[in-house]
Design a protein around this ligand. Sequence first.
Ligand code: R5P
Length: 314
Amino acid sequence: MSFKMKLLTGNSNKTLSLKISKFLKNKLVNSSIKKFSDGEIYIEIHENIRGNSIFIIQSISSPANDNLMELLLCIDALKRSSAKNITAVIPYFGYARQDRKVVPRTSISAKMVSNLITKAGADRVVTLDLHSGQIQGFFDIPVDNLFATPIFARHIKKKIKSNNLICVAPDVGGTARARALGKMLNVGLAIVDKRRPAPGKSQVMNVIGDVNNKTCIIVDDIIDSGGTIVNAAKILKEKGAKDVHVYVSHGVLSGSAVDKIKNSKIKNLVITDTIDNSKKVQKAKNIEILSISNLVGEAIKRISNSTSVSDLFN
Ligand code: R5P
């Protein structure tokens, strides 16, 4: 490649970083990230990067605090090594769910994390399926928010043989995402009316739209405890849905989520590899992982060549 671009990886998802590096035919920067015995993180870059455009790839996934700190220290090390510019490639942008004050006297973690990334020295952020699009505005540097929807649409067209499909948002907040997928597939939309009586607990009230005898495609940005998706699948089946397939960008899959999915009404859950789940889902026959590596790689290439990223989705 003609441009002077280099890729650096954190520890959160090295498998994905290696795939991106392979796609771009560009080796990962030689570096080491270690921990002192008290848990403090220490990063060292072992090659000259002066004047280079560096893309640091790191998801803010579990352990979120360590991975976030690693990202910040990597950006700091790059800045102090005279990189020309630094792009934080954050396939899974954690801490995004607290994006406003829903009750008094709480923090807005999405804004706090945005401030930290900017303050550390990032010039640009590339991420995928931000929990809410407006988080882009929490930054005063460019943010490219990529979408997994085209990858999901291709998979659905190839794998699901049904002429009675409907896209379903598992809560009102996911309506735009489900509508976008529905538009690509040329199918209608239903919405599950979900309430959150307490953080981490979800309660399904009703389904808006007719799902009787239909193959339902639920689409969401995050599957964490699995409560939202499992409850949505249950009510869709109660309302007469034929099958329920689920497409989620970020497989957070905390606690017993994998078991919940295995024992649920869900025919197939498709997640992406923004978070490294290869071991976690090994034994779950109804969970499949699609890679976003080529999409992220292509976006990096376009940023480096100063060509359009949004054209990827037209
Ligand atoms: C909520 O607004 C998000 O889009 C997800 O639906 C939610 O984070 C999933 O969480 P869980 O799997 O714990 O219900």
